[in-house]
Design a protein around this ligand. Structure first.
Ligand code: GLV
Length: 325
């Protein structure tokens, strides 16, 4: 018999524990890799619930195979890997894991800001390569973070948590999005148009979800508006940035550097990016702490168990589907 719950790849224990305790049979793909659509289609057929990851492309063909499923629970706050319109058309509720990874992702954003401005990764490489010849007045000079202007694009939970940290560094804050945010205003943030933010910020940090509107929001035109001394930070989604344009901007010193955690075509990175010394490149670690990944798996499991018990899951991204059922 097909187990009602399917988990697409190995997940942290807290979520598994919840599912085990429910005594609802489940099947977890035993390998730690993302499944191609052909395998996903086969694996989701006949399930009542699917717990998936941002690496699973839940496209229309997969959702058609999952028809009748009571919930697709993404273990991520971003859900651009799921064709939500196709899920809604098939009356499949979709959930995500907001909130639990906010602080952890904001921490990593600050880590990238500090690392790229103060050349932390480059300095580490100098030491390991034995190139350190002793302190020098002109050696490895970076840029100040304290007092520098931070521009936040996409003023949601994570941007607000970044702003709280930035306030402790005395950073003036600009933000741009489709609404003003009282908490950011209280932190001294100033809402402004994108052009102004790009023109005035020393650090431009991206916190928008990936949508048709935000794809390549940071292109050659946007990069050209940034100061030559400014840094681009991306802990949101890779395709928000045109990576080829970014490589060009870095190589031609149009901007000072970039701190990236996400890439346009993960796990690949654009040709030339790895050769740019003025970058810090992390392998999509925004939510990667033991506690946060545990909380994310627990939340995804709770969404599933609520849906299977007929209760409204807390984190639906298409609640209209649930309300109509
Ligand atoms: C991580 O990138 C997430 O969206 O949760």
């Amino acid at each position: 018999m097909t187990a009602p719950i399917f988990i697409t790849r190995l997940i942290p224990e807290p979520g598994l524990k919840k599912i085990r305790e429910s005594r609802i049979p489940f099947e977890m793909h035993p390998e730690d890799r993302s499944l191609p659509a052909s395998e996903l289609r086969h694996a989701v057929a006949g399930r009542q619930a699917v717990l998936c990851q941002l690496t699973d492309a839940m496209d229309e063909s997969v959702l058609e195979a999952a028809r009748g499923c009571k919930i697709v629970a993404n273990m991520a706050v971003g859900f651009n890997n799921i064709d939500v319109a196709a899920a809604s058309a098939r009356k499949i509720p979709v959930s995500n894991t907001p909130g639990v990874l906010t602080e952890c992702t904001a921490d990593l954003t600050l880590a990238l800001i500090l690392a790229v401005a103060r050349r932390v990764a480059e300095g580490d490489q100098e030491m390991r390569a034995g190139r350190f010849q002793g302190w020098g007045p002109l050696y490895m000079l970076g840029s100040d973070v304290s007092g520098a202007t931070l521009g936040l694009i996409g003023p949601g939970r994570i941007a607000t948590a970044v702003a709280r940290r930035a306030a402790a560094f005395g950073m003036p804050i600009l933000y741009h999005g489709n609404r003003s945010v009282p908490e950011l205003d209280q932190l001294g943030g100033r809402f402004c148009e994108l052009e102004e933010l790009l023109r005035l910020s020393d650090f431009v940090s991206l916190h928008v979800p990936l949508t048709a509107k935000t794809r390549h929001m940071i292109d050659s035109h946007a990069l050209a508006q940034m100061k030559p001394t400014a840094f681009l930070i991306n802990t949101a989604r890779g395709p928000v940035v045109n990576e080829a344009a970014l490589v060009h901007a870095l190589k031609t010193h149009q901007i000072a550097g970039a701190g990236l955690d996400v890439y346009e075509d993960e796990p690949r990175i654009a040709p030339g990016l790895a050769d740019c010394p003025n970058t810090v490149l992390l392998p999509h670690l925004g939510s990667a702490t033991l506690a946060t990944r545990g909380a994310m798996s627990r939340m995804a499991a709770e969404n599933i168990l609520a849906a299977l018990a007929g209760h409204t899951p807390s984190n639906l991204v298409n609640p209209e589907v649930w309300n109509a059922s």
